[in-house]
Design a protein around this ligand. Structure first.
Ligand code: SF4
Ligand code: MG
Length: 320
């Protein structure tokens, strides 16, 4: 597997008021392989969007770094433009992420103009027409405004806008969460087709595991600013190791009603702790059915305990 993005000991902390600090992202280390879809899942406030935005370069990391094809995206001169060309981000709400006063033509061609991919008016018109068709819209719609489209259509415009600069890597931050269920599958299918045609690499952020089950090659699960498990979809859905992942998986509805009725569901006690004052040691310990003494004292290391299966939990520490 060829690595496209390398995230090394990434941390992002935000100051809140005068004294408090939210440790939104702590010590994340993982790779994203060329051509894969890496799903990133967790409850709201777990740091998944902050992770996406920091990888994208929208935030400076507090510590650690992100390498794109071996190059640090947060340092060096003249790499802003390279980054904008190679990496794109698609947001949850296509309405608020598209400027309402710009036509579809201008929205889609803005980046391509900046990158000098399409420099003449004629080239830009042609580029936008082709992209609209690529995402399943009509090229005649280029002169319309975002409010004239449905939510699903607006997300297609967002996708066309991202594609305009020929990126290699796209971060999708809950791109289908705001859409009707019937539309979600269509957008996911489109994203998969585009990935195959263009060899794209995706980081697909979602708040629930069932949503990304079919699109992800590998999945990472985050809890309170840390990665707790990362492995192939196959292993994650069939043999989750971290108690938090096990609980999440136990709640995914199954198609077979007989199995569904008899299965065991893992109820988590308590609420997710505040990111302002996370528990000592393992941040999940206040809800974990298996918590031991050591869990309050030592942060479990994020370790590869079998091939392509990373987990941070003291239950598995001994096995190494
Ligand atoms: Fe539970 Fe301890 Fe593992 Fe944390 S480290 S998930 S508290 S067993
Ligand atoms: Mg794929």
């Amino acid at each position: 597997n060829e690595v496209l993005i390398e995230v090394e000991n990434l941390e992002k902390h935000f100051k809140v008021g005068k004294k408090q600090v939210v440790k939104a992202v702590n010590d994340l280390s993982f790779s994203i392989y060329k051509g894969e879809t890496l799903g990133l899942v967790g409850e709201s406030g777990c740091g998944k969007s902050t992770t996406g935005r920091t990888i994208m370069g929208l935030y400076e990391p507090t510590n650690g770094h992100v390498l794109f094809d071996g190059k640090n995206i947060h340092s060096g001169t003249g790499n802003m433009k390279t980054r904008a060309k190679n990496m794109q981000m698609i947001f949850q709400d296509p309405y608020s992420s598209l400027n309402p006063r710009m036509t579809v033509q201008d929205l889609i061609s803005e980046g391509a103009d900046y990158q000098r991919i399409a420099t003449s008016k004629k080239e830009r018109k042609e580029l936008v027409g082709t992209l609209l068709e690529t995402v399943g819209l009509n090229r005649e719609h280029a002169n319309r405004y975002p409010h004239e489209f449905s939510g699903g259509q607006r997300q297609r415009i967002g996708i066309a806008r991202a594609l305009a600069v020929n990126p290699e890597f796209i971060i999708l931050d809950e791109p289908i969460s705001a859409l009707d269920v019937s539309i979600q599958a269509q957008v996911v299918n489109l994203l998969q087709e585009l990935q195959e045609e263009r060899g794209l690499t995706y980081l697909f952020i979602a708040h629930d595991l069932s949503m990304i089950k079919h699109i992800s090659d590998r999945v990472g699960v985050m809890y309170l600013g840390r990665m707790v498990e990362l492995t192939t979809s196959e292993k994650l859905y069939n043999k989750p190791l971290h108690p938090y992942t096990q609980a999440l998986i136990s709640w995914i509805p199954l198609p077979d009603p007989r199995v569904e009725k008899n299965r065991e569901r893992i109820e988590l006690r308590g609420e997710i702790a505040s990111p302002l004052s996370p528990p000592s040691g393992c941040a999940f310990r206040t809800r974990c059915p298996f918590a031991m003494d050591i869990c309050a004292q030592v942060v479990p290391a994020f370790k590869e305990i079998e091939e392509e299966h990373f987990v941070s939990c003291h239950l598995y520490e001994k096995k190494n």
